[in-house]
Write a protein that binds this ligand. Sequence first.
Ligand code: NAD
Ligand code: ZN
Length: 242
Amino acid sequence: MDKRQEEGIARLREIVQASKKMVFFGGAGVSTESGIPDFRSQDGLYRQKYKYPPEYILSRTFFDRHTEEFFEFYREKMLCLNAQPNAAHYKLAQWEREGRLAAVITQNIDGLHQKAGSRAVLELHGSIRRNVCMDCGAPYPAERIAESSGIPRCGCGGVIKPDVVLYEEPLDQTVLARSVELIEEADTLIVGGTSLNVQPAASLIDFFRGEHAVVINRGAPARSMQGVLFIDGKIGEVLSAV
Ligand code: NAD
Ligand code: ZN
């Protein structure tokens, strides 16, 4: 920890103590310390070489046209069933139990906030934990996708699709509306581990009108907020030091 980080953490500690309705808004950077690669970091998925760009593989068009290759990529890169929560997930769960944090709004699909004990979790982009048959709607656990090979199929013959939002697919409007409400009502908004490049999720922070805005990220995200406290660092390290 350098001096700037320590000063930022001291300030954040005061903010947390004064807050009664914090909201955390996060992205893939929250889970890199759990060993799940993000998209845009140095060792993120977008820097690795594939036959297709990851944005295309994770689109609905690709899913429909190259279903088998989609699942190959998905099993290898997205389905991290053994990953464990890190200090950031645990601290947020603790704040919720203490009654300081109203909700976690996440772009992640890994389910690690719930695994750490958070209950109010809004998953803007869905979850690898939910999977449904595209024909009959039967639900399946993520293990079913992991253990199958090729295209995972339901007993009825339908394709089992993970409930994750692919590019070209709309977000769940109920989750989105509830997220807006929570951010509008928050006294403190902590944004962390997100490049704020993916829309419409990134624009949610514009609804914040509370007192304290904090960003914890490795490098500055693509957008910012007025009067924000920016702490440049690893979110698990920063939050465990608060
Ligand atoms: P992103 O890859 O665009 O940005 C991640 C940001 O986090 C970067 O600015 C990076 O510098 C920062 N970061 C990385 N590790 C960090 C750490 N330990 N501490 C602090 N900051 C750190 O990710 P995004 O903004 O979430 O957008 C990409 C999309 O990728 C999202 O829609 C999400 O659904 C999806 N995604 C999810 C997962 C997951 O569920 N774990 C993983 C990869 C991608
Ligand atoms: Zn079925």
